[in-house]
Design a protein around this ligand. Structure first.
Ligand SMILES: [Fe+2]
Ligand SMILES: [Fe+2]
Length: 253
């Protein structure tokens, strides 16, 4: 529990509100829906990081190599192909060669996002494992309002757009980490252990996104962070007709 607190403190100082008790009570009764959406979130986290790398840092050959990593997962999710094995996955990552003409920021983005992609895909595999144990089939579920609404605040010119996307990335990771921690007391012991094991990496993803935003901005990002965390707090505390991992206060008919 003490570990928790240490990991969570910077996150609670960053976010403007805790997950409401009403969301936790509802989630405790709907762990199956939550697990399915959790799997979706892990894959989306990897896809989002991959999009950032392709748009902002990679040369075309590197981008090509990276696409090969996620392709088997997308084939599994969207076309029902077989899930890649751990060995296949490790082999794929070994194929991404570092570039030569990249700036310090680009090198930092590549370094942090590659690790993040690897970890999110590993989490995705792990969630699928727990779903299989519970005989829950994987499903694509429609996204809630959370990420979409946050991304609406992203500015349209560079590098401001990328700074904002990185701040949004930090917020999503921070909230995920907070929710994993808050859910632990409501879970069966195997899942509780699993969620506990996710806290460290999700907290690091939060710090990595924030460090990247700071590095790129070369000045204070406090004002942008305040704007986005205020929007985020509304999404978490206002009634939400759709229940999912990042939804607001359940307001289901
Ligand atoms: Fe994750
Ligand atoms: Fe993450």
């Amino acid at each position: 529990m003490l570990n928790h607190l240490e990991t969570l403190l910077p996150i609670m100082q960053f976010l403007r509100c805790e997950t409401p008790q009403t969301w936790l009570d509802y989630a405790a009764q709907h762990i199956d829906i939550l697990l399915i959406d959790h799997a979706n979130c892990e894959l989306k986290a990897a896809q989002n990081a991959m999009m950032l790398l392709r748009k902002y840092a990679l040369t075309p050959p590197q981008a090509e190599q990276l696409l090969n990593i996620i392709a088997p997962y997308e084939a599994y999710v969207y076309r029902g192909s077989k899930r890649p094995t751990l060995q296949q996955k490790n082999r794929l990552f070994q194929g991404v060669a570092p570039g030569t003409n990249q700036s310090d920021f680009e090198a930092m983005l590549i370094d942090k996002m590659l690790r993040l992609i690897k970890e999110e895909l590993h989490h995705f595999d792990q969630v699928l494992g727990y779903m299989e144990q519970r005989q829950l089939p994987y499903q694509n579920v429609s996204a809630g309002r959370y990420a979409k609404t946050l991304l609406k605040g992203v500015r349209t010119f560079e590098p401001a757009a990328l700074i904002d996307k990185l701040i949004v990335g930090a917020i999503i990771e921070a909230r995920s980490c907070e929710r994993f921690a808050r859910l632990i007391p409501y879970l069966e012991s195997d899942l509780a252990k699993f969620y506990q094991s996710l806290l460290q990496s999700e907290a690091r993803h939060f710090q990595d996104y924030l460090a990247l935003a700071n590095q790129l901005a070369q000045g204070s990002i406090a004002e942008r962070v305040q704007m986005f965390v205020a929007v985020e707090a509304s999404l978490i505390t206002e009634p939400d007709p759709y229940f999912c991992f990042h939804s607001g206060v359940p307001a289901l008919k």
